[in-house]
Ligand binder design. Sequence first.
Ligand code: TYC
Length: 119
Amino acid sequence: MPFPLLSTPPGSPAPGPLPDGGDAATVAERQDQRTEPPRLYQVVMLNDDYTPMEFVVMVLQEYFRHDLDSATLIMLKIHHEGRGVCGVYTQDVAATKVELVAAAAQRDGHPLQCVMEAA
Ligand code: TYC
């Protein structure tokens, strides 16, 4: 938190009388203490013709913490509609998940891909 309103900033001299009879006390400007909420990104998984459905369901469970029913529904939505949202995260977390999915897919030889989009 910045220094509170109506006090001297840290490191400044203590308020007191000046030679001219003035006072050295300063009034800090009001600081906007509101912090913007972090921007959120959705991780979107893309359909392809080769990745096995079971692998997609496993990825949705392991990397996005969906249970089996939810993972299966999302996988089928992607299969039928071309894309689907796996989850919504802050920028760093979303980027990490995209990389982890790419690495897992590459390890198993599948073309599965995720992208991140501002939510
Ligand atoms: N279309 C794939 C198949 O028929 C399954 C699949 C679903 C692939 C979702 C990718 O993100 C995906 N084997």
